[in-house]
Write a protein that binds this ligand. Structure first.
Ligand code: FRU
Length: 490
């Protein structure tokens, strides 16, 4: 978080959106982009980052995202609202939270949702700053009213904790049935610059909050310099702690230093300890995935529904030139198998399946689903390559070493090269199947029925829509219909 604001920057990037007219041109420019997605959530203009306030209630899915209307940069953050009946087709609803109070005059940062007595409450970080004081993060609350608008509470639930650095944000609200209390987990940083989670407790969801302490996570006391977007999910009677450690090198994640991962284990709010039963696992093995959030208020304890930002802090993308950036991943169903999180596309994504494409053609539609069953042997394919089979994304599996690799260095448009262009993962049980979703500027590869996912942005040129594949048991390709209507609702 930057310390103070310089006047020029404040005026251009840090202003509140008041009317659609202000972004009409930016919106039209974004619409004319060759890289506009057809079935992924993307911003009407400017930059999208974290999903926020994801919640299910009475047959409706509510979702919000971090949004800077003014361009492809992390300027003044608003919460933009979208909603869906099926998690596949989404409607733009407009700005939900504007940075228009003392406590959030420099941005409405990420947060989560809670359903209480049929009402939906949103918990978020308000960032206050002015030309003289340092940034201050407060934990704030708003209600989603019947008419779909927001009603902010006049005062924050609590302010910054002086025992930690200013890096405190992203409240995750939850209710614990053992202690019968509410908890808020906050991403934080100790004064000796170690990432951590701060835990607040209350008997009521909307008042009486106090600092309970720092979450103990044995073995993870020195694991990155800041933990963003913490979350705690209960899936099939196991606790899953999800967070984004920063400034950390992980062996299986290239040269990137920002990660989104999880620990499976057990949570005890009395002792404030999360005891991991295993090691930190990455949620996604691709290049662009961060700030994942699970939907609150599901009535099924055997799974969670997760969605993430298909982007990275500090990343730059080719559409930055067109003054827009960012999209979300497909929502996924999360389950646990053999102490590992399994991520599968939702069954209802089938409703977007269009015509079957003849695999003999060697050409991919811009929005497509590919299903492959492999033989127990080496496998490789190139996607989004040129007509002569060169370039593109190389997908390779070496049966001897069991290493599965995705390499995007063959694409004409290369970006974020400093974090590496190759990602791999060992498949202990070999490669059996791939389910791949390509949209105009993204690819999500589900390996072995959700055992690993590789999500990445890609920006193919006009001549990069071919593919080649070596021997496989079966190959099906479908065109995908559009799931999301573009409409400038502000
Ligand atoms: C993660 C993050 C959050 C913060 C938000 C600001 O990408 O940095 O920690 O609340 O983005 O947009």
């Amino acid at each position: 978080m930057k310390k103070s604001i310089n006047t020029k920057e404040y005026k251009s990037e840090y202003r509140i959106l008041k009317s659609p007219e202000e972004i009409k041109k930016l919106h039209e420019k974004a619409l004319s982009s060759a890289y506009r997605q057809t079935y992924h959530i993307q911003p009407v203009s400017g930059l999208l980052n974290d999903p926020n306030g994801f919640v299910y209630q009475k047959g409706k899915w509510h979702l919000f995202y971090q949004w800077c209307p003014w361009g492809a940069f992390h300027g003044m953050k608003h919460w933009y609202q979208i909603s869906s009946d099926d998690l596949i087709t989404w409607k733009n609803k407009g700005v939900f939270l504007r940075p228009n109070t003392y406590f959030d005059n420099r941005g409405v940062f990420s947060g989560s949702a809670l359903v209480k007595d049929d009402d939906i409450y949103l918990y978020y970080t308000g960032i206050h700053g002015d030309q003289t004081t340092d940034m201050m993060a407060s934990t704030c609350i708003a209600k989603l009213k019947e008419d779909g608008r927001s009603q902010k509470f006049s005062a924050p639930l609590f302010g910054p904790n002086p025992e930690y650095t200013r890096e405190q944000r992203d409240p995750k609200i939850l209710f614990d049935h053992n202690t019968n209390k509410y908890y808020i987990l906050m991403g934080g940083q100790t004064k000796d610059l170690k990432g951590c989670i701060l835990v607040y407790e209350s008997e009521k969801h909307n008042s009486g909050w106090h600092f309970k302490g720092q979450l103990k996570v044995p073995g993870y006391e020195d694991f990155g310099s800041m933990w963003e977007c913490p979350s705690l999910e209960r899936i099939s009677n196991q606790d899953v702690l999800i967070f984004c450690p920063q400034n950390l090198h992980l062996e299986d994640h290239g040269q990137g230093t920002n990660h989104n991962g999880y620990l499976i284990g057990s949570m005890d709010f009395n002792t404030l300890t999360f005891t991991p039963e295993g090691t930190f696992g990455l949620l996604d093995f691709g290049f662009d995935s961060y700030a994942a959030q699970c939907a609150a208020n599901l009535d099924d304890d055997s799974k969670a529904i997760l969605i993430a930002w298909m982007g990275l802090p500090g990343g730059t993308y080719p559409t930055d030139q067109e003054e827009w950036s960012g999209c979300l991943t497909l929502p996924r169903e999360l389950t646990i198998r053999h102490k590992r999180l399994i991520q599968r596309p939702l069954p209802q994504i089938l409703s977007l399946r269009g015509n079957r494409i003849n695999p003999g053609l060697g050409i991919l539609p811009a929005a497509t689903e590919i299903l492959i069953a492999t033989y127990p042997q080496d496998f490789n394919m190139r996607l989004c390559c040129k007509g002569d089979g060169s370039g593109g994304i190389l997908i390779d599996y070496n049966d001897k070493t069991q290493v599965f690799t995705m390499d995007r260095s063959g694409m004409t448009n290369r970006f974020n090269q400093e974090i590496g262009e190759v990602r791999s993962r060992i498949l202990e049980h070999g490669l059996t199947s791939l389910r791949i979703f390509i949209d105009n500027s993204s690819i999500e590869i589900f390996v072995n029925d959700g055992d690993a996912v590789f999500s990445s942005r890609i920006f193919p040129e006009m001549n990069e829509h071919n593919y080649i594949v070596n021997e496989c048991r079966s190959l099906h390709i479908y065109e995908m219909h559009s799931g999301i209507k573009e409409s400038l609702v502000v």
